[in-house]
Design a protein around this ligand. Structure first.
Ligand code: 3H9
Length: 644
C-alpha cells in the first residue's frame, strides 16, 4: 500500500510508502486525496500525522512524469485539500521534504522535522518553478525574504535553520513518530493557527525587488527559472492568494515544457544513473578504509582533502622531508580556506589534518587499501612510483594513477597483480570538482572498477567511465574545442568575440580567457612531448604565444594583456602582432554562430568518442562537460544539445 492509515488513540497516522524517495506520482496523490476524505469522515479521529517510510519524507513531484500530460488529482488541488481538511494534519519530516514534498507539508497545519532532516524547494534546479503553491505559501509562512532565498536558489536548508526561518514548527530528535504524535496531541489543546493561505504577507518596496532581480540575473547566467520564480514570488506578495496561484501554475506548466527544463531533467537522471553502471550490477566493490596519496602538489593535496572530507584516513607520501612539509602546507591551506569561507570550523579543520600521516618512506603504505598517485605528469616518474608501490603495498591494495593524458597501460607495465590497477582522473581543485573519470585498463578487474565507482560515491563525486585515448573523454573534447576556437580566430573572428560568445552561451569563461587563467604552457609542453616522440602535432596559435613568453596571466599576458594585480583581460596588440601572419579575413559570425560552431565541434568529438567505445553513453559525455568543463547545465551538455 502506497498510503496506509493506522491509529494511535484519537490520532490517525497516515504512512506514505512509495520507494525509493516517496515521489508524488499519480497513485500517491490519489492515495493522499482519499485519505483526507476518509479521515474527515471518521468522527473518532481528532488529528492526523503524515509520516513516510524509507529513507526520506516526500522528495517532490515524480520528475519522470514531467514529459507527460498532468493527470488528476493535481498537486495544487491536493495541497488545498490537505489544508482544508476538517482535522489538523501534522507533517512528520525525516530525510528531505523537497519541492512538492515541502508543498504537501505546507498544506498540513503543522510541520515537525527530525534534527537531521532538510526542507527546500529545488524546482529551479530542474528549470521550473514550484507548481503547487511553493512560491505562494512560503512567503505567507516564513516571510518574503526567506521565500526568495529558498525558491530562487533551490538550496535546501537543514532542520535547525528551517526552524529559525519559520519553515517548520518544531525540531525533534529520536523517535519521529512518537514525537510527532505527541506534538499533534498537544496542538489540540490550543486554538489552531490559521491555514497558511489565510495568513497575511507584506511585500518589500520595489527597490528591494529590483535589487533581487539584478543579483539573480547575474547569478543565473541565462537560466530562466530563477527569475521567473522571483516574478511568481512578487505576485504572491502583492496579489491575492488565488491570483498568485493561477500565475504560479501557468508559469510552472510553461517552464515544464521548456528546453531548459528538459536539459536539466536529462542531467538530473544522468547524474543518478552514473554511479550505478549496468555492466557492474552484482559486482561487489572492495571496502575502502585506508587511503594514500603519492605527491602533495596542487592535485595530490586536493585529492587528499577530498579523501579526508569523506572521513577516510590518508597517508601522504612525498619524495623528501622538504616536499613532505610543502605537501602538508598545501593541504593545510585548503582546510584553512574552508574555515575562512565558513565551510569548516577550526576544530573540524584540525581533525582533517590529524587524519593525515605524512612522510617519504613507502613503508608507511604497508597496510593501505587504496593508493592514488598524483605526481608530475611524466611517464618515467610515474613508472618509478608504481615500481616502488608494487613492492611496498599489500598485494590486494588498489593502485590508481591520476594521470590526465598518459597511457595508463604504460604506467602499470610490470606491476605485480595488475588487476588492481586503475586510472582515477580527478579535476582541479580535486576537493571541489565533482567529476571523476574512471579509466580501467584491459587488466583491471571488475572488482577494482566497481571500487572506483564506490569511491566516487563515498567522495560525493560523479563517476564517468572512460576508455584509453589521448585525453580520455574530457581533455580530448577540450583539445578539439580549443582547436576549433583557434580556427575561428584564424578565420578572422576576434579572440574577445569568441570568449564573449561562449560566456553569453552560459560558460563562466570563454576558451581563451580560460587558457590564460590555467596557463598556456601545460598544453604546449604536451604538444612538444608528442612532437619529440615523432607524433603529428601541428603548430597552434597557442604555441606561438608560449614561444614568445606569453603563458597567460602568470606571465602578465597570453591571449590577452593583464595589468599587474588585475585579472581583467584586455585585447593585446602584442598578441595581434604575433598572430598577424596567421589570420585571414573570413565571414563575420554572430555570437550564436560562434557558440554553435564550438559546441558542434564538442559534439562531433563526442560522437567519435562514442563510436570508439571511449565513452559508454552520450549522457556520460554530457556529465563530463557539465561537471568538469563548465558547460552550462541548463543546456544539458553537448550531446543533448546536438540531439535537440
Ligand atoms: C517538484 O516537486 C515540482 C512541484 O513543485 C510541483 C508539481 C506540480 N522524481 O538521488 P538519489 C529517484 S519537482 C522521480 O540517488 P539519495 C532517482 O532517480 C521535484 N524520481 O537518492 C533514483 O532512482 P534510481 C523536486 C526521483 O538518497 C532514486 O530516486 N524534488 C526523484 O541520494 C534515488 O535518488 C527534487 O528535485 C523525483 N523527484 O537522495 C528532489 N528524486 O534508484 C530530487 C529521486 O532508479 N531528489 N528520484 O536511480 C533528490 O534530491 C534526492 O533524490 C534525495 C535523496 C535528496 C531526495
Amino acid at each position: 500500500m502506497i498510503v496506509s492509515i493506522d491509529r494511535d488513540g484519537d490520532i490517525a497516522l497516515v504512512t506514505v510508502d512509495n520507494p525509493p524517495v516517496n515521489a508524488l506520482g499519480q497513485a500517491l496523490r490519489q492515495g493522499l486525496w482519499d485519505a483526507v476524505g476518509a479521515l474527515d469522515a471518521d468522527p473518532t479521529v481528532r488529528a492526523v500525522v503524515l509520516i513516510c517510510a524509507g529513507r526520506t519524507f516526500i522528495a517532490g513531484a515524480d520528475v519522470s512524469e514531467f514529459g507527460k500530460p498532468p493527470v488528476p488529482p493535481h498537486l495544487p488541488d491536493l495541497v488545498d485539500r490537505l489544508e482544508g481538511a476538517a482535522k489538523p494534519w501534522t507533517a512528520a519530516i525525516h530525510g528531505s521534504a523537497l519541492g512538492g514534498g515541502f508543498e504537501v507539508a505546507m498544506g498540513c497545519r503543522f510541520r515537525v522535522a527530525l534534527d537531521s532532516a532538510s526542507v527546500g524547494l529545488p524546482e529551479v534546479t530542474l528549470g521550473i518553478v514550484p507548481g503547487a503553491s511553493g512560491t505562494v505559501r512560503t512567503p505567507r509562512l516564513a516571510g518574503v525574504e526567506a521565500a526568495v532565498e529558498l525558491v530562487t536558489t533551490g538550496r535546501p536548508v537543514k532542520a535547525g535553520k528551517a526552524l529559525s526561518m519559520g519553515l517548520v514548527d518544531a525540531v525533534v530528535s529520536g523517535d519521529l513518530r512518537a514525537e510527532s504524535l505527541a506534538f499533534a496531541r498537544k496542538a489540540l489543546t490550543h486554538p489552531l493557527p490559521p491555514p497558511i493561505s489565510a495568513r497575511p504577507v507584506t511585500s518589500p518596496d520595489p527597490a528591494w525587488w529590483d535589487e533581487q532581480r539584478k543579483a539573480i540575473a547575474k547569478r543565473a547566467k541565462g537560466e530562466v527559472a530563477p527569475l521567473r520564480a522571483l516574478d511568481c514570488l512578487r505576485i504572491a506578495a502583492e496579489k491575492p492568494f488565488a491570483e498568485a496561484m493561477a500565475h504560479e501554475r501557468a508559469t510552472f506548466l510553461e517552464l515544464r515544457a521548456s528546453d531548459q527544463a528538459a536539459a536539466l531533467r536529462h542531467i538530473f537522471f544522468a547524474e543518478r544513473a552514473a554511479p550505478k553502471p549496468a555492466h557492474l550490477a552484482g559486482v561487489k566493490p572492495r571496502e575502502i578504509r585506508s587511503t594514500a596519496v603519492i605527491g602533495g602538489g596542487t592535485m595530490g593535496a586536493g585529492i587528499a582533502a577530498a579523501l579526508r572530507d569523506a572521513g577516510l584516513p590518508v597517508v601522504l607520501i612525498e619524495r623528501d622531508e622538504e616536499a613532505v612539509q610543502r605537501g602538508l602546507a598545501n593541504l593545510r591551506s585548503i582546510f584553512d580556506g574552508a574555515v575562512k569561507r565558513g565551510r569548516l570550523t577550526e576544530a573540524q579543520a584540525r581533525a582533517r589534518m590529524d587524519g593525515v600521516t605524512a612522510g617519504s618512506d613507502y613503508a608507511l603504505l604497508s597496510g593501505t587499501g587504496l593508493v592514488i598517485e598524483a605526481v608530475f605528469e611524466d611517464l618515467a616518474v610515474k613508472r618509478a612510483v608504481f615500481a616502488r608501490l608494487g613492492q611496498a603495498c599489500r598485494p590486494d591494495a588498489i593502485l590508481a594513477t591520476n594521470t590526465s593524458y598518459l597511457d595508463p597501460r604504460l604506467i602499470a607495465e610490470g606491476l605485480p597483480h595488475p588487476d588492481r590497477f586503475i586510472g582515477l582522473h580527478f579535476f582541479s581543485p580535486a576537493n571541489v570538482m565533482k567529476l571523476l573519470e574512471i579509466v580501467p585498463t584491459p587488466t583491471t578487474s571488475p572488482e577494482t572498477l566497481a571500487t572506483g565507482f564506490a569511491l566516487a560515491r563515498q567522495l560525493g563525486k560523479i563517476p564517468v567511465q572512460a576508455g584509453i585515448c589521448d585525453g580520455f573523454i574530457g581533455n580530448r573534447i577540450l583539445k578539439r574545442y580549443r582547436a576549433e576556437a583557434e580556427t575561428l580566430v584564424r578565420d578572422g573572428t576576434p579572440i574577445a568575440a569568441v570568449d564573449a560568445a561562449m560566456r553569453a552561451h552560459g560558460f563562466a569563461m570563454g576558451p581563451f580567457e580560460a587558457q590564460d587563467l590555467g596557463g598556456l604552457d601545460i598544453a604546449y609542453l604536451q604538444r612538444e612531448g608528442a612532437r619529440a616522440s615523432g607524433q603529428d602535432a601541428p603548430e597552434t596559435l597557442g604555441d606561438i604565444l608560449v614561444r614568445a613568453g606569453r603563458k597567460g596571466q602568470k606571465t602578465g599576458g597570453g591571449w590577452y594583456d593583464y595589468a599587474p594585480g588585475d585579472r581583467t583581460p584586455k585585447p593585446s596588440d602584442t598578441t595581434a602582432g604575433l598572430l598577424a601572419g596567421r589570420i585571414t579575413a573570413g565571414p563575420t559570425l554572430t555570437a550564436e554562430g560562434i557558440a554553435s560552431r564550438l559546441t558542434g565541434a564538442m559534439a562531433a568529438e563526442g560522437k567519435a568518442i562514442l563510436e570508439e567505445g571511449i565513452a559508454l553513453k552520450p549522457s556520460d559525455i554530457d556529465l563530463v562537460e557539465v561537471h568538469g568543463y563548465g558547460y552550462p547545465r541548463w543546456r544539458g551538455g553537448p550531446m543533448f544539445a546536438a540531439e535537440g
